[in-house]
Design a protein around this ligand. Structure first.
Ligand code: ADP
Ligand code: MG
Length: 268
């Protein structure tokens, strides 16, 4: 379980990136964090694995303040996939890159090989195990960064803009990864500005504006027409299905499934 209390983060240059955030995440939740560029999403999630420390307020992981936990201990609980894969990748071979995290957590031999193979298969990179990460294109380096975190088997996985640069197949792969993590009872938190991906993949949506949380609810609640003005303030446009459903007087239909269901129920 993750609890964030009164979190404020001011960068050394004086930028107040997080301006008082309270958030409680139950085990097994799937949460998307959305909001305009610069609203503090990356800064917020970087507190979850101790990469950043609060200026004030507190982040509790399993009831214990992250500030009191060693980075190595936090790494076993929360895996964070960076927004920029090139800030995460350092090894000269894909297999070594993905093995680094689980090796640090003490895995060796067959167990290590299995976790690496499983993570590479999950992101569709099994055939690239012996390549140099920098010979892969950007979209594959993003998937490699994801595999490196998956291989660690952390109870919580945090993804910062996972779908950037992905084609439809890549997005579906990431949706599959989120579904598998969820089925395994793990917590998934993703920062994203792909609203279709957000609505189709996550059960809860948290909206950030200027370092604060302004909306928090299910996709149907957050993307309801009553919130469109608030969403526009943070440059979020609701998913196309929401806009079609509203235009047709069907209520809040944030996913394709919800839209079709509402149409069928209406006898259209
Ligand atoms: N290392 C940093 N030093 C100073 N300011 C930063 C740093 N990283 C981010 N910021 C600023 O903090 C604010 C929030 O940034 P960020 O958390 O990256 O937002 P988001 O992920 O929502 O785009 C922005 O104003 C950004 O320019
Ligand atoms: Mg960001």
């Amino acid at each position: 379980m993750i609890e964030i209390h009164g979190l404020v983060h001011v960068y050394p240059d004086g930028t107040r990136a997080i301006d008082g955030v309270d958030l409680r995440v139950e085990d097994g939740e799937r949460i998307a964090i959305i909001g305009q560029n610069g609203s503090g999403k990356s800064t917020l999630v970087r507190h979850l694995n101790g990469l950043l420390r609060p200026t004030s307020g507190d982040v509790l992981i399993d009831g214990e303040s992250a500030a009191d936990q060693r980075v190595a201990a936090l790494a076993a609980k929360v895996g964070l996939v960076f927004q920029d894969p090139d800030r995460q990748i350092f090894a000269g071979r894909v297999q070594v890159e993905v093995g680094f995290g689980p090796r640090n957590l003490g895995l060796r031999g067959a167990a290590l090989d299995a976790s690496v193979a499983q993570a590479l298969a999950a992101v569709g990179l099994a055939s690239e195990a012996n390549r140099n990460p920098y010979d892969l294109g950007f979209s594959k380096r993003k998937l490699l960064a994801l595999a490196s975190i998956l291989a660690m088997g952390t109870p919580t996985v945090v993804l910062d803009e996972p779908t950037t640069g992905q084609d439809l197949r890549g997005v579906e792969r990431i949706q599959g990864v989120v579904a598998d993590l969820h089925a395994a009872g793990r917590t998934v938190i993703a920062v994203s500005h792909d609203m279709r991906f957000v609505a189709e993949t996550f059960a809860r949506v948290v909206v950030m504006e200027a370092g604060r949380v302004t909306l928090d609810g299910t996709p149907a609640e957050v993307f309801a027409a009553a919130n469109w003005e608030a969403l526009a303030r943070t440059y979020v446009e609701p998913p196309l299905a929401s806009r079609i459903g509203d235009r047709l007087g069907l209520g809040s239909t944030p996913t394709d499934g919800a839209l079709v269901g509402a149409l069928v129920a209406k006898g259209a």
